[in-house]
Design a binder for this molecule. Structure first.
Ligand SMILES: NC(=O)c1ccc[n+]([C@@H]2O[C@H](COP(=O)([O-])OP(=O)(O)OC[C@H]3O[C@@H](n4cnc5c(N)ncnc54)[C@H](OP(=O)(O)O)[C@@H]3O)[C@@H](O)[C@H]2O)c1
Length: 260
């Protein structure tokens, strides 16, 4: 059986990515920060895919804003080694969204927290996975990045910085790992329909029609399809970016309907 490790997969986009890999016959190891939510997510996956191999792992990126939890990364991979599970595809989906980052108000540790999770922790996971992939002579790493790596939105400066840094890291990993037949790529979603949309329907009502030429934002499944493309089909592709944003990034102004 082939195995994928997918981070941040108790809710939203991560769930769609896990379900895509399970539906393709992969065994999946996923992470979340709270044991109860990891258990509940595993139960949901097994209800949908009763014959699947799916294992949840409790993992928080940081010990505090300044300190990445390296030990938990090491213990996750050690435990997979013990079970004979080789992670052929690592999907780095979890992210600190860094919401409400006010340049003159937030302490520096808020900036560090977001960068440490989205960049440094992901590097630690990529390094641990790539070390095993190198031995095996194959593997694929996919970052779930964001079109905010290209264009900014208000009060998200640490998030934007982290997603830009992730793209640089993705290219560096792709370059250094290519000789081991390890491919490293990034999916750049724009807005994704998540539970936040269900909670704030009025806020999001006009977003798809005004901000995307296609008139729709992505569902988790659209992002999962792009991740799957890199994981399973893109044999000769590394260091690439696939934007999944309904055309959001190419549009200069919001579309405001003219009043008659
Ligand atoms: N939603 C969008 O509109 C959008 C747009 C562009 C790009 N993206 C990117 O797409 C990916 C998924 O987005 P999403 O909206 O589905 O994410 P989400 O709902 O915010 O879920 C993020 C996941 O990351 C995990 N996570 C957060 N902080 C963590 C930490 N410090 N340590 C370990 N895990 C942590 C969460 O774990 P818990 O379950 O334990 O909370 C959660 O499972 C992210 O990389 C995001 O940047 C999203």
């Amino acid at each position: 059986m082939k195995y994928a490790l997918i981070t941040g997969a108790c809710i939203n986009t991560g769930v769609a990515i896990v379900e895509k890999f399970l539906s393709e016959g992969y065994g999946v190891v996923f992470t979340g920060r709270e044991a109860a939510r990891v258990d509940a997510a595993k139960k949901n996956y097994l209800e949908k895919f009763p014959a699947a191999f799916v294992e949840g792992y409790v993992m928080n990126s940081l010990l505090d804003a300044r300190t990445v939890d390296e030990a938990t990364v090491a213990s996750l991979f050690a435990s997979l080694d013990e079970k004979g599970i080789f992670i052929e595809c690592l999907v780095l989906n979890a992210a600190d969204q860094g919401l409400g980052m006010k340049i003159f108000e937030n302490p520096l540790t808020d900036f560090m927290r977001v960068l440490n999770t989205n960049v440094t922790w992901n590097f630690a996971l990529a390094e641990a996975a790539a070390r095993r992939m190198k031995e095996r002579g194959e593997g694929s790493i996919v970052f779930v990045n964001s079109n905010t790596a290209y264009r900014a939105i208000p009060d998200r400066i640490a998030y934007e910085a982290s997603k830009g840094a992730q793209l640089g890291m993705m290219r560096g990993l792709a370059l250094d790992l290519g000789k081991y037949n390890i491919r490293v790529n990034a999916v750049l979603p724009g807005m994704i329909r998540t539970d936040r949309w269900e909670k704030n329907p009025d806020f999001y009502k006009d977003v798809p029609s005004r901000f995307t030429p296609l008139g729709d934002v992505a569902d988790g499944a659209d992002v999962a399809d792009a991740v799957w493309y890199f994981a399973a089909h893109a044999r000769n592709t590394t260091g690439a970016e696939l934007v999944v944003d309904g055309g959001n990034t190419i549009q200069l102004y919001p579309i405001i309907p003219k009043e008659n």
